[in-house]
Design a protein around this ligand. Sequence first.
Ligand code: ADP
Ligand code: TRP
Length: 331
Amino acid sequence: MTTFLSGIQPSGYLHLGNYFGAIRPHIRASEQPGEHFYFIADFHSLTTVRDPELLRTLVHEVAVTYLALGLDPERATFWRQSDVPEVTEIAWMLGCMSGMGLLERAHSYKDKLNAGIKPNVGLFYYPVLMAADILAYDADVVPVGKDQVQHVEMTQDMAGYFNNTFGKEGEPVFRRPEFRLEDKAHFAKVPGLDGRKMSKSYNNGIWIFESGKKLKKAVNKIPTDSRPPEEPKEPDELVVFDLLALFLADDELADWKAKVRAGGEGAPGYGHLKMRLVAAIEEHFADARVRREELLADPSELDRLLARGAEKARARAQVVRDRALKACGLR
Ligand code: ADP
Ligand code: TRP
């Protein structure tokens, strides 16, 4: 049986990029035959979040978001990373087998250095903890966004070093995982309100559950120009179409594009296109928004559910941790 596993950091309110690039692929993967493990990577968020109340709120928010969007906790084990301390033990063992060079090559780390962030040790060590997250559950397939692929490849390397050092013939200590990418490009890189990649670091996101006036205000920020509706335009050059493409059925999208290309009387203006986008977002998340409110109303049920998930996850990680301890002589 194939084991699927993935995680997401609770380091901000989740936006449409997180939804199309990570959350929806995770939930869809969890509907396939196999075993499923999804977790909230709160240890990872400690590399950036410095406000304990906020971190607690964000963990709840991520949990509610996944459940409201349809993750079935009966099908998928769903838990909080820090409830399984075994991953930090596995991370230490992996780190001792990995060269500094492997970590120094990590794009996400280098990007942060280039952005002028003064790195803490946790940020540098981040891929080792992520490798432990994956290997602790004997995962086969890791559905991730594009920016996480290198981290899964590093996991393969770390598992390889450990297995080469301590594995016996035909009896590896850690199972080698493979990544799985969302295959449609427009879901893999959702643009933000300023046309750059949507990201919490750019403050250009639309929160998944945004609605009403706030949603309108956000969508209004999408850059446009002063060309009138009648002037023919190339829709593929407009950010508003990149976002519409996420929500509209193919034939409706093609119809809007044709009208914009043709221009003239009856061609939609930017305001009209933005109104369609607002309505599409409202509609897409309408049911989930209701479920979110219900879940928020009962935080103790949420805690119970995460605790149940943690118990299952922990039992599994303990087996792998023990295997690794034994293999390297710590037992
Ligand atoms: P952010 O860029 O907002 O800090 P994260 O790095 O925490 O987001 O990403 C969490 C997950 O969401 C990752 O799997 C990442 O690939 C995915 N993701 C983030 N932004 C986008 C985007 N604009 N388009 C598609 N996927 C995204
Ligand atoms: N680094 C991932 C992100 O930022 C979150 C994560 C932590 C993860 N551990 C993982 C994803 C293990 C997949 C598997 O999105």
